[in-house]
Write a protein that binds this ligand. Structure first.
Ligand code: FES
Ligand code: FES
Length: 162
């Protein structure tokens, strides 16, 4: 079967269609930015986008994903003004704010943040907290995550100003 991941088509075996996306990404395609933590759809470490919607890769069988657009953290960057890939504003803001501690939860955090800003480019602090509340960080970096998401929203606003 074919999976559309970060705009590229990947042929993957459909011998076991119950295999979950997380292991296909990490073990078969080498896209190890998507993390494994709880494995039960709870913590958010494995968050990707499927047709723009935040999705837990650890509980998503590949049989449900044919024909859908999957985006992982490796696909978040986008062309800058010079046409070269440039980190997504969320990635830049997480770096600027130095949000990570151990870093394990961060790709999932950034995927959730990017999905939020696509739907709501200027969220209030309360909306950020609510949107990010299903992604857990065992290092407790929540204040920095909130700061980074708000900083990313400001960067996005600057970039889209005429
Ligand atoms: S590893 Fe998927 S939600 Fe925790
Ligand atoms: S930075 Fe360590 S789990 Fe979030």
């Amino acid at each position: 079967m074919k999976l559309d991941i970060n705009g590229q088509e990947h042929e993957v075996s459909d011998e076991n269609p119950h295999r979950v996306l997380l292991w296909v990404l990490r073990d078969e395609l080498g896209l190890a930015g998507t993390r494994f933590s709880c494995g039960a759809g709870i913590c958010g470490a494995c968050t990707v986008h499927v047709d723009g919607v935040v999705t837990r890769a650890c509980i998503s069988p590949i049989s449900l994903l044919a024909g859908k657009r999957i985006r992982t953290v490796e696909g978040l960057s986008r062309p800058g003004p010079d046409g070269k890939p440039r980190l997504h504003p969320v990635q830049r803001a997480f770096l600027q704010v130095q949000a990570p501690q151990c870093g394990w939860c961060m790709s999932g955090q950034m995927m959730t943040a990017a999905a939020l800003l696509e739907k709501n480019p200027s969220p209030s602090p309360e909306q950020v907290v609510e949107a990010m509340s299903h992604n857990y960080c065992r290092c407790g970096t929540y204040p920095r995550i909130k700061k980074a998401v708000l900083a990313a929203a400001s960067q996005l606003a600057e970039e889209t100003e005429p």
